[in-house]
Design a binder for this molecule. Sequence first.
Ligand SMILES: Cc1cc2nc3c(=O)[nH]c(=O)nc-3n(C[C@H](O)[C@H](O)[C@H](O)COP(=O)(O)O)c2cc1C
Length: 164
Amino acid sequence: MEAYRAVVDKRDQRVYLSKPIPADALRRILQAARMTGSSKNREPNRLVVVSERAGVRALGALSPWGKWLADAAAVIVIAQVEAHEFDAGRCAQSMMVAAWADGIGSCPAHLPEADVARLLGIPDGVHVNRVIGFGYVDPARAAPPKSVARKRSPLEELVHRERW
Ligand SMILES: Cc1cc2nc3c(=O)[nH]c(=O)nc-3n(C[C@H](O)[C@H](O)[C@H](O)COP(=O)(O)O)c2cc1C
C-alpha cells in the first residue's frame, strides 16, 4: 500500500474477526513504534502487548467506551517512563498506519489509567497513556457508522497560511 493511502484511508476500526495477528506482522507494528522519533530521542514509550484472550477481555471490561477491545486480536498499551503526549501520539499513529498497510485495522481507546496499571502490573511512576486495539477487519462490517462517517472539517477551516 502506498504510504499516502495508508495514512489517508486509515480509519478507526472497532469490529474485528477472531483471527490472530501473526508474529511477524505484530513485530512490524512494534518496530514501527520503536523507530518512531521522540523528543530529544529520549524514547519514553514502553509497550505492553496483550493478546491472550483473558487479558484482552479484561481490558475491554474497563470502560464503556472500550468494550469493543474485548474482541481485538491484540491490545497494545502505550506506557511512558516520562509522560509526553506528543511522543505517545506519534508512536500510536505509526503503529496504526503500519498495521493498516498490512491489512490490520485498529482503534485507540482511553481506559482508566490506574485500572490498566493494576491489571497489567505496570509499576508506579510509569504513565499509562492510551491503548490501541488491533485486528483483522470484518469486511461486512468495515463501513464506518453513518454518525461518524469519516467526517472531517474542510482544509479551509483547519489551515491558516503565513499567519493565523
Ligand atoms: C486519543 C484518542 C482516544 C480515543 N479514545 C477512544 C475510546 O475510548 N473509545 C473509542 O471507541 N474510540 C476512541 N477513539 C477513536 C476516535 O473516536 C476516532 O479517532 C474518531 O472517531 C475518528 O474515527 P475515524 O478515523 O474512523 O473517522 C480515540 C481516538 C483518539 C485519538
